[in-house]
Design a binder for this molecule. Structure first.
Ligand SMILES: Nc1nc2c(ncn2[C@@H]2O[C@H](COP(=O)(O)OP(=O)(O)OP(=O)(O)O)[C@@H](O)[C@H]2O)c(=O)[nH]1
Ligand SMILES: [Mg+2]
Length: 311
C-alpha cells in the first residue's frame, strides 16, 4: 500500500488509476489511500461542466483541455456517466473521443458511474476528484449531465461551474426556472454555428440583467466546441472567475462549505453502515412491515434502528 502511494506521488499514472478504482469501489483500502493523499489535494482549479444531454459538454471539455495543453498546463477529466441507458451510446462516443486526449501524458481521463445507491451524485465523486487533484494536475474538469440536483451538487464540488446551453432548445428558460443560473459562474452558448446563438446569448443577458446589481453576473461565452472556437475566451472567463473568488475571499468559504457537506455525508454513510451491520434482517423486516401496515411511522422505526448504535 505504501508502495502505491509512493508511486502515485512520484507521478505514476497506473498508481493513480488503481487508487481511483479502490476509492470508487469504496473499499477500506481506498479510504486509506485517500487518508494519505488528501493533504496533497486542493491545488487544482476544479471546473464543473454541466448542461443538458447532448449539449456538447464532452466536446467542450476536450477542446478546453486542448486549450490548457497549448499553455503547457496539465488536465484531469472526470466524466460522470448519466445512469440513463438512453444515453449509453453517447457515452461510448465520448469515451472514444476522449481517448485521443488520453494518449497525451498531460491529460488524464476517467469515467465513473454517476449515481450512488440512494440517487444523486455517487458519494465517491468528491473523493475521486481529490485523488486526481492530489496527483498534481493544474486543472480538473468534471463533466456531469444536467439533471437538476446534480447541477447543484457539482457546484459544491467545483470552484467554477460552466453551464452549457444550446441555441434553439429553449434550455435557457428551463434553466432559469430551475434556478440553475444561480449556480453558473460562466454561461456558454455552445453550437454557436447553429442559428439562434446570438438570440440565446441576448436572452441570457436579459435574464442576468434582472439579477441584483451587487451580484456577480456570469459572463456569456459563445463556442463552437467541435472546432475549438471560443476556447481562449472560455479559459479567460474561467480564470476571471477564479480571480474573483480569490479577491473576495470566497474560495476558502466555498472549500469550507464543501468540506462540511462531505464530512456530513460521510458521517451519514458510516452511521447507516453501522446500523445495517447491527440490525438483524428479521428486525428490519419486522419494522418495515409495521410501517407498511401503518402500525408504526417511519421516524419512530428509524429511531429504533438508530438506538442500536447510539445507545
Ligand atoms: N454543430 C456543432 N455540434 C457540436 C458542437 N459541440 C458538440 N457538438 C456535437 O453535439 C453532439 C453531442 O456532443 P457531446 O460532446 O457528446 O455532448 P454531451 O453534452 O457531452 O452529451 P452527453 O454526455 O450525452 O450528455 C456531438 O455530435 C457533437 O459533435 C458545436 O459547437 N457545434
Ligand atoms: Mg458527454
Amino acid at each position: 500500500m505504501e508502495d502505491i502511494v509512493e508511486r502515485f506521488l512520484a507521478g505514476n499514472r497506473r498508481a493513480l488509476a488503481r487508487v481511483i478504482s479502490r476509492i470508487e469501489n469504496e473499499t477500506p483500502e481506498g479510504r486509506e489511500y485517500l487518508r494519505q493523499l488528501y493533504p496533497h489535494s486542493g491545488r487544482a482549479h476544479t471546473i464543473g461542466v454541466t448542461g443538458s444531454a447532448g449539449a456538447g459538454k464532452s466536446t467542450l471539455t476536450g477542446a478546453l483541455a486542448a486549450e490548457y495543453r497549448r499553455h503547457g498546463k496539465t488536465v484531469g477529466i472526470v466524466a460522470v456517466d448519466p445512469s440513463s441507458p438512453f444515453t449509453q451510446g453517447a457515452i461510448l462516443g465520448d469515451r472514444i473521443r476522449m481517448q485521443d486526449l488520453a494518449l497525451d501524458e498531460g491529460v488524464f481521463v476517467r469515467s465513473m458511474a454517476g449515481r450512488g445507491a440512494l440517487g444523486g451524485l455517487a458519494p465517491s465523486i468528491n473523493d475521486v476528484v481529490a485523488a486526481v487533484d492530489a496527483f498534481g494536475f493544474d486543472y480538473i474538469i468534471i463533466e456531469t449531465v444536467g439533471a437538476g440536483q446534480d447541477e447543484v451538487e457539482i457546484a459544491g464540488t467545483a470552484m467554477t461551474t460552466v453551464l452549457v446551453n444550446n441555441p434553439g432548445t429553449g434550455d435557457d428558460i428551463q434553466a432559469m426556472k430551475a434556478g440553475i443560473l444561480e449556480i453558473a459562474d460562466v454561461l456558454v452558448v455552445n453550437k454557436a454555428d447553429h442559428p439562434g446563438a446570438d438570440t440565446l446569448a441576448s436572452q441570457l443577458q436579459g435574464l442576468l440583467n434582472l439579477s441584483p446589481k451587487d451580484m456577480r453576473r456570469p459572463p456569456i461565452v459563445k463556442t463552437v466546441s467541435t472546432r475549438g472556437e471560443g476556447m481562449q475566451e472560455l479559459a479567460a472567463a474561467i480564470a476571471e472567475h477564479r480571480e474573483y473568488l480569490d479577491e473576495h475571499g470566497l474560495l476558502q468559504q466555498q472549500r469550507e462549505k464543501n468540506a462540511r457537506h462531505q464530512v456530513l455525508s460521510a458521517a451519514r454513510a458510516i452511521l447507516l453502515q453501522r446500523i445495517q451491520a447491527a440490525t438483524p434482517d428479521e428486525q428490519l423486516d419486522g419494522l418495515v412491515q409495521r410501517v407498511a401496515s401503518r402500525d408504526l411511522d417511519p421516524h419512530t422505526a428509524a429511531e429504533e434502528l438508530a438506538n442500536v448504535v447510539s445507545g
